[in-house]
Design a binder for this molecule. Structure first.
Ligand SMILES: Cc1cc2nc3c(=O)[nH]c(=O)nc-3n(C[C@H](O)[C@H](O)[C@H](O)COP(=O)(O)O)c2cc1C
Length: 307
């Protein structure tokens, strides 16, 4: 079918339009929360997305207010978001765990998942829900109670602050060094009277980013925290470097990290970048942009790196 093919027809927009009136790709997240008994309740949720583009680390979970998950969140404020791999048996079990109306004790008898203790370290806080051993990665979260959760309908919106992300060693290595990425399932949105539909998480394939433009803060963050495991970058520091031409990014970041290590600094903050800038600016009469100054500071790394 050519891109210009024009036989679009209207589709009636029904309730739950993402399931009834469209094909809508979504994640499959097993949300772990604490039941009153202390047992971890696992409920499958697809309306679970990053809530901000950059800066804050938060997820939005949309759940019926009467679900076990919602009740547990309101009572305890803590959740584990378990991203299960693309495996038919796991997805079949998710659909079983997604049948509304059962108590935690009843439904968890049917769970095929193995649970492990939370990896959160919060002295004096807790308890926290268990995490799912089979998950590719887990976001351990705390509900931000300052964000309104009640809506006019049956659903609630829970803003979950990400406190910790844990990932199996193999996938963490792939995240840092590249290689084979995990296969994650996609809830296809569409649902008929008989089935949930999922589609295979196929082998991920790359598409080049446009060349020649300055990089955004997210790209800076991605690169920055891969330069050296002993030096981390605050998001605000990465934001300061947004706009750096792609060909200079690695050079600038490596220069900052080298200087941080030389100074015994483990976390690069905007203040640290300003110190680097000011050190150089002290010798200069005219004020320069941070980028120009950093480029001068790191002139010795003047061979453009491959981002
Ligand atoms: C793949 C899948 C995705 C689902 N996504 C959602 C969702 O995003 N929001 C929601 O309220 N219910 C969703 N459900 C239905 C809930 O899983 C269902 O209400 C279940 O009873 C929740 O479990 P809980 O009561 O233990 O929280 C989904 C079900 C499945 C199988």
């Amino acid at each position: 079918m050519s891109a210009a093919h024009d036989d679009f027809e209207d589709v009636k927009i029904l309730d739950n339009f993402y399931q009834t009136s469209s094909f809508f790709p979504m994640p499959v997240v097993l949300v772990g929360t604490l039941a009153e008994s202390g047992q971890t309740n696992l409920g499958p949720y697809s309306l679970c997305f990053p809530h901000v583009v950059s800066g804050q680390h938060a997820m939005m979970l949309i759940a019926r207010g009467t679900s076990n998950t919602a009740a547990n969140l309101r009572r305890t404020g803590v959740a584990s978001l378990n991203f299960i791999p693309d495996d038919r048996a796991f997805l079949e079990n998710c659909v079983i765990l997604g049948f509304p109306g059962e108590t935690t004790e009843e439904k968890m008898k049917n769970s095929v998942f193995t649970v492990l203790p939370s990896r959160r370290e919060a002295p004096g806080a807790g308890p926290f829900p268990n995490i799912v051993a089979e998950a590719v990665q887990v976001f351990e979260c705390t509900w931000d109670r300052s964000h309104p959760h009640e809506t006019h309908g049956l659903e609630h919106h829970y803003l979950l602050r990400i406190e910790r992300i844990v990932m199996h060693a193999k996938w963490r290595k792939a995240l840092l060094e590249g290689g084979e990425f995990p296969r994650l399932p996609i809830d296809y949105g569409y649902r008929d009277s008989m089935h949930f539909w999922f589609t295979k998480g196929r082998k991920p394939w790359p598409v080049d980013l446009p060349r020649g433009h300055g990089v955004d803060a997210g790209t800076v963050m991605y690169q920055a925290n891969r330069i050296d495991p002993e030096v981390t970058w605050q998001p605000e520091a990465c934001a300061e470097l947004a706009g750096v031409p792609r060909v200079f990014l690695k050079t600038v970041l490596t220069g900052c990290v080298d200087r941080a290590k030389a100074a015994g600094v483990k976390v690069i903050t905007p203040e640290f970048l300003h110190q680097l800038r000011d050190k150089r600016a002290a010798d200069r009469a005219a004020p320069l942009s941070l980028l120009a100054k950093l480029k001068q500071v790191f002139a010795k790394h003047d061979a453009p790196g491959t981002p």
